[in-house]
Design a protein. Structure first.
Length: 260
């Protein structure tokens, strides 16, 4: 894979990359035993990126930043960037490829997140599809600044995972990765949100075609209106100033082209 095109939209940087290329990147880093962070941006993270210095610090550490948002894809295209729907990357779309590669390559995978009561169900669901996968689990409900965190770090040091999935939701998962990065083993680290809640069946999974049509957010909202109202209808207003900056940058490009 050539180095992906990195572009700036809505006040943050993202990489124009397909899901297959993300998996290839993970595979290369695992084979080389190198640490890497594969982050992602959506409209919620862009809001947090503006509001929280620790989130900005986290993304500065990221080696790859996926676009996990159909509206972001649409906006980037409108701004003239070479972005397609194929450049949207999200766990629910690449999970089968990921677990197939994990099984065939013998990756040791460690997931932090979810409730302890649901983790066995998640693991069972994954192993039903990929029975030879090496998977360790740890609940996401623990004191990140206490003894429980020290025990988790010790377990990670012992288990030495090739891939670490951190699914504690934004911004908890990103701030945990940032705070503990120097104490984590050399592995590929992916924040994956509620990935294992979907695996356990405790969270509604929209049909994958809704993402291709750009209406997945709407389907999610109908199923969880209380939790998602602010995220979908309040937070995007904070993106108006960076959106105007994008428009200004595009106009400046047009002017330079006219005078060239």
């Amino acid at each position: 894979m050539d180095k992906p095109c990195r572009l700036s939209i809505l006040g943050a940087e993202v990489d124009v990359i397909t899901q297959a290329c993300v998996m290839d990147f993970v595979g290369r880093k695992v084979a080389a035993k190198e640490r890497a962070i594969v982050a992602n941006h959506n409209l919620h993270s862009l809001y947090l990126f503006q509001k929280r210095p620790d989130m900005r610090a986290f993304y500065e550490k990221a080696d790859l930043i996926e676009i996990d948002s159909t509206p972001m894809i649409a906006w980037a295209k409108l701004m003239g960037h070479p972005v397609l729907r194929a450049h949207r990357c999200t766990y629910l779309d690449f999970r089968e490829d990921f677990w197939a590669r994990a099984q065939s390559n013998g990756w040791r995978v460690y997931h932090i997140g979810g409730e302890a009561a649901h983790n066995d169900v998640s693991k069972t669901a994954i192993l039903a599809r990929y029975p030879k996968v090496h998977l360790d689990l740890h609940t996401g409900f623990f004191d990140m600044n206490g003894a429980a965190n020290a025990l988790l770090l010790a377990d990670l040091k012992t288990k030495r995972p090739d891939v670490l999935l951190v699914g504690m939701g934004m911004p908890r998962q990103e701030t945990w990765i940032l705070a503990n990065l120097d104490r984590l083993p050399d592995c590929v680290i992916l924040p994956v949100g509620a990935a294992f809640d979907y695996e356990a069946g405790v969270m509604y999974t929209p049909p994958r075609w809704t993402g291709q049509l750009g209406i997945e957010w709407l389907v999610r909202f109908f199923h969880e209106p209380k939790r998602l109202f602010e995220r979908y209808f309040i937070e995007p207003w904070w993106l108006i100033p960076p959106a105007f900056k994008d428009i200004k940058s595009l106009r400046d490009v047009w002017r330079r082209q006219k005078t060239a």
